[in-house]
Design a protein around this ligand. Structure first.
Ligand SMILES: Nc1ncnc2c1ncn2[C@@H]1O[C@H](COP(=O)(O)OP(=O)(O)OP(=O)(O)O)[C@@H](O)[C@H]1O
Length: 608
């Protein structure tokens, strides 16, 4: 049978079609080339119009009349000038041509070779975690394509990831903390250690976003923060979880940083704070920073088990009831604090029952700062005395209603030696310095969503308020102004925030640190002469001299036991300026006061 030829359209129609398509494309290309200047100018005009519209909407309503007047004047001048309209049109076309030029950078076809290799190697590393032998169409397979697994990525200037989105199969157990931790650990190792990463698991979309976190600034000094009463800035954090920003002064500059704000007082759900960290990580600095803010509205009592004199700058300041470094002083002042809490509570309850507003004397916040209580626990046990921590139970338990706030700092490994009351009632937590993921989880109750790094600057760590998210934290620089190693700017920042020293009742000015030291040296010498056996294990570095304390009625009373003798109902809620000069406390008399060097520049800065 003779073969019939195929219709022409089927035999060579395909070739014809391709030819005509090619012709059409060439014609379009030529037309585009010819019309290119017009296209550029049209694009430029469109951009200029958009810019003009934007400018108009951004101009405040009250200034729009003036703007309109200016434009009308320019148009009038142009219209009146010889050749003005022509020149204006030429200028407009030139501006449009300039604006309309193609400014899109030459699009790279994709990541360069080294980046592709990085992505491929990361993909290969994830295969064992994100694949199953039974999966008929695996997203991750050895030798597979990374493009489908990483829908978005960005690199920094050094060629390392700055941002990466990773798709993973739905069967990956992203709800399990261990499974997530394994992936986060692997990504940290593969993406470069020494940087901090933020992981966002989108369980609905099966996406994991990895972002490199910028370093938090370490040199922002403590300052008068713009906060409401009852708010305390613990430090600064990333903008990812905190919407609010705080205006700050940073040298000559002004900055806006997201703060970690802790709320205290009767409406607080986390009325007490526990700060943990290894030695030298900045726990005392955080306490000092909180104390300086607390002094603005309240009174405070400091008990320093570290005994390194880091709170000496607070001694005798208006609102500072006591700074105790020895065990006896710590016990006496904490006993007073417990009694004062009870007194406030009784007073508040009575007012409530009688339908009166809260009495004024219970409204002024009382802060109790206890640095390294575990050190006192050892001393107390050796001496057969009460552990000062046990006296914190009442302020911790009832402090919220009585407007009493407790701040405790201790070393990370001392968490277990803290009393149950301290651990149960300190729902605001901060951990500073290096810590493992387990230590952070134990201390904060949840792991952070960022990777802890090995090398962290002092004052860096994590904070968690109640059951809220774990924030990265950088504490504002609040050095001890009497520390020689402190920069002048930071020393001055602290001195500027310190309230004046309280003038004693007899009209004598409270001694400045250098004077205080002289007084102290004489007292110590006298005390030693009177009793050559000082208290066995005193950690006090510098006792507040009696003269410095004379204006702080509560302190004087607490320090000397007068207040305790007077019972729970008589504690003054505020330093009483006319309290008589106090006798030197028994403890002061027996504990030697080692000479503390106060740098001349600190004194000069303070007295100038
Ligand atoms: N937020 C910060 N910014 C800058 N420097 C800081 C910060 N916090 C602490 N430092 C510096 O780190 C050093 C140790 O700080 P700090 O004394 O507060 O630590 P610590 O944890 O209390 O240690 P220790 O218990 O041994 O005294 C100090 O020199 C201090 O100036």
């Amino acid at each position: 049978m003779a073969r019939r030829p195929l219709p022409r359209i089927l035999s060579n129609g395909g070739a014809q079609l391709a030819r005509s398509r090619e012709l059409a494309r060439t014609a379009a290309d030529s037309a585009t080339d010819v019309l290119q200047p017009l296209i550029t100018i049209a694009r430029g005009l469109r951009r200029l119009a958009a810019a003009a519209r934007r400018r108009w909407t951004e101009t405040p309503k009250d200034r729009r009349g003036a703007l309109l007047f200016l434009v009308a004047s320019v148009v009038l001048v142009v219209a009146l000038v010889p050749y003005g309209p022509l020149l204006a049109v030429i200028a407009l076309m030139a501006a449009a041509a300039w604006q309309g030029r193609d400014r899109a950078p030459s699009e790279p076809g994709g990541p360069d070779d080294s980046r592709t290799k990085r992505l491929q190697s990361l993909y290969e590393a994830l295969v064992p975690y994100f694949s199953l032998a039974e999966d008929p169409d695996p997203l991750y397979a050895h030798g597979g394509a990374w493009e489908k697994a990483f829908p978005a990525y960005e690199f920094d200037d050094t060629g390392r990831f700055a941002h990466l989105v990773i798709r993973y199969p739905a069967y990956f157990t992203d709800g399990e903390a261990e499974a997530r931790a394994r992936i986060e650990h692997l990504l940290t190792a593969k993406s470069g250690r020494g940087r901090e990463y933020h992981f966002t698991w989108d369980e609905e979309a099966n996406h994991l976003s990895v972002d490199v976190l910028a370093a938090l600034p370490t040199d922002i000094a403590v300052q008068r923060f713009v906060t409401a009463p009852g708010e305390t800035v613990l430090g600064f954090t990333d903008p990812t979880q905190v919407q609010r920003t705080l205006p700050l002064t940073h040298g000559e500059e002004r900055l806006d940083m997201p703060p970690v704000v802790w709320r205290t007082g009767i409406r607080s759900t986390e009325p007490h704070l526990l700060v943990l960290g290894q030695p030298g990580t900045g726990t005392s600095t955080l306490l000092r920073s909180v104390a300086l803010q607390a002094l603005h509205h309240g009174d405070l009592l400091v008990v320093d088990g570290g005994g390194t004199g880091e709170y000496a700058c607070l001694v005798g300041r208006d609102g500072v009831l006591a700074v105790e470094c020895g065990l006896t002083g710590a016990l006496t002042s904490l006993e007073w604090a417990a009694a004062e809490t009870e007194r406030r509570l009784v007073s508040v309850n009575r007012a409530r029952q009688e339908g009166r507003p809260t009495p004024d004397e219970t409204r002024r916040p009382l802060w109790i700062f206890v640095d390294r209580p575990s050190a006192f626990a050892h001393l107390a046990a050796a001496d057969g005395r009460k552990d000062p921590q046990s006296l914190l139970q009442v302020p911790l338990r009832h402090g919220r209603a009585a407007n009493v706030t407790v701040v405790v700092a201790d070393q990370l490994d001392a968490l277990d030696s803290l009393s149950d009351a301290v651990r149960q009632h300190t729902r605001a937590r901060a951990v500073l310095g290096p810590a493992t993921a387990d230590e952070l989880t134990t201390a904060l109750g949840a792991p952070p969503h960022t990777t802890p790094v090995d090398q962290v600057p002092p004052g860096r760590g994590y904070a968690r308020l109640g059951t809220g998210p774990v924030h990265r934290l950088q504490v504002p620089a609040t050095p001890d102004p009497y520390d020689d190693a402190t920069s002048d700017a930071h020393r001055q920042a602290v001195l500027d925030l310190l309230p004046p020293r309280t003038t004693p009742a007899d009209g004598e000015r409270a001694p400045i640190p250098a004077e205080a030291e002289a007084v102290e040296a004489v007292e110590a010498a006298e005390a030693e002469a009177a009793d050559p056996e000082p208290e066995a294990v005193s950690t006090r570095k510098k006792d507040p001299p009696a003269k410095t304390l004379a204006g702080t009625g509560a302190l004087t009373a607490a320090g000397t036991g007068t207040l305790n003798a007077a019972g729970t109902g008589t504690a003054p809620e505020k330093p009483v300026a006319d309290a008589g000069p106090a006798p030197v406390s028994g403890e002061t008399a027996v504990e030697p006061a080692p000479a503390e060097t106060v740098p001349a520049k600190a004194v000069a800065a303070e007295t100038s």
